[in-house]
Design a protein around this ligand. Structure first.
Ligand code: NZQ
Ligand code: ZN
Length: 395
């Protein structure tokens, strides 16, 4: 059994009204100048930003605001945030929003801390390694990415047309305020994208090569099952507290490392890497991109270990086994695909709203393989040609 690490330094506050504690927590943590980072306006419309401002002011904390984060967050705004942070002596960043805002904030945290005052993209291009990061707090408004507890952030370089992730423990948030009520206003489409993303963070870990712990397997399948039910309930009743609460906590647990303890390798992650190319090139929503590619990936790799798919099918869909492993595995994939349809997620690229040209298919595969320098996946190792085949078959 390989050694896995489980490191979750994030202090989580969960429940109704936790956002009101922002100022008090930041004060206790010694913050003096906070950069409040947010997206395109949902936090203004909901009145959340106003509440945060009041909480900071009541606690005598000086702050600067930087909004404008877009889905698939851009390096240009990160650079702006870094510049403000360095100039103004920012010593804490507070992200108020969804995964894109949290990721943009994480990149800014690297940049402000950087003693060399270099370009923050360098970390995402893997040409430099960070030595630390300014501390980060989060008020989450969308259950999806798990960035509120994870070590990762994903940034798009719009000039280069690249979307790249970078992982390090430096940017695990110091604290995260999780109030499920803040997600009542999330649109049905984004609720489904979030549901798909949360499921996939665990499913990508479940499908890996090698040993695992039965406990990790059972926790994983239980999490996915709950998310599937809560996702449907949240679509039917957007302000159902229990549905939103289950989605929110599952989002955090799905991506904080819990679902990989005891795994021989960290997971498969091919679908995520392939999807990042899609959202990098076509600016589609991450969760939708995952749903659009998963079943094609699954059918491409199923022969490696059909039993894994059968176990998933039996637990998640109460599937009856026929004794024909391959047939059952394929049936389990069909069930999962049907679930994505049920929550109005795309199950191929055309439904995702894109129809790449032959040249674009080649480019997607080249970029996913870092121009021939890497393979993807661990359940089945994918060569650049496999990546191309999966993109094409997902059409
Ligand atoms: O910008 P605003 O106005 O806030 O609107 C957002 C945005 O348009 C809206 N929204 C958020 N909270 C809302 C709300 N609308 C109404 N009410 C609320 N309470 O939802 C839209 C999508 O937001 P976004 O933050 O982009 O979504 P998500 O949380 O899914 O984040 C996606 C990004 O995270 C990356 C993805 O690749 C993508 O760039 N990921 C980050 C990961 C990580 N750091 O660990 C892991 C993931 O696998 C993923 O790659
Ligand atoms: Zn994801």
């Amino acid at each position: 059994m390989a050694i896995t690490e489980y490191y979750t330094p994030t202090h989580v506050y969960f429940g109704k009204g936790v956002e009101d504690k922002a100022g008090e927590i930041l004060k206790k943590r010694g913050a003096t100048k906070v950069l409040v980072h947010f997206g395109g306006g949902s936090v203004k419309k909901s009145g959340l930003l106003n509440k945060v401002e009041n909480s900071l002011e009541e606690n005598g904390i000086s702050y600067i605001e930087l909004g404008g984060v877009v889905p698939n967050p851009r390096i240009s705004l990160v650079r702006e945030g870094v510049e403000i942070g360095r100039r103004e002596g920012v010593d804490y960043v507070l992200a108020v929003g969804g995964g894109s805002v949290v990721d943009s904030a994480k990149a800014i945290c690297y940049g402000i801390f950087d003693k060399e005052k270099g370009d923050t993209w360098d970390y995402y291009a893997y040409t430099r390694v960070p030595e630390g990061a300014t501390p980060l707090g989060v008020i989450l408004t969308l259950s999806a990415t798990g960035s509120e507890m994870s070590d990762s952030s994903v940034i798009t370089n719009e000039e280069k047309g690249l979307k790249r992730g970078y992982n390090s423990n430096f940017v695990r948030p110091a604290f995260s305020l999780l109030n499920p009520e803040l997600t009542y206003t999330v649109s049905p489409y984004q609720t489904s994208c979030g549901t798909a993303d949360i499921m996939m963070h665990t499913i990508e870990r479940y499908f890996h090569a090698g040993d695992t712990l039965e406990l990790t397997d059972r926790l994983s399948l239980a999490l996915v099952k709950e998310v599937m039910e809560a996702g449907i309930l949240a679509l039917e009743e957007p302000d159902n507290y229990d549905a939103r609460a289950n989605l929110m906590w599952a989002g955090s647990l799905s991506h904080n490392g819990l679902m990989q303890v005891g795994n021989a390798v960290r997971g498969d992650w091919a679908c995520h890497q392939l999807e990042h190319e899609l959202s990098g090139m076509f600016d589609v929503a991450h969760g939708a991109g995952l749903a659009a590619i998963w079943a094609t990936w699954a059918r491409y790799v199923v022969a490696e270990n059909p039993s894994r798919f059968v176990k998933m099918g039996v637990y998640l869909f109460d599937m009856e086994e026929s004794g024909d492993k391959m047939a059952d595995a394929l049936k389990a994939i069909d069930y999962m695909e049907n679930y994505f349809k049920e929550i109005n997620m795309p199950t191929n690229l055309r439904e995702l709203g894109i129809d790449p040209t032959e040249e674009e298919y080649r480019k997607l595969a080249e970029s996913a393989s870092y121009f021939g320098k890497r393979t993807l996946g661990s359940f089945k190792t994918l060569t650049p040609e496999d990546m191309y085949n999966i993109f094409k078959a997902a059409r």
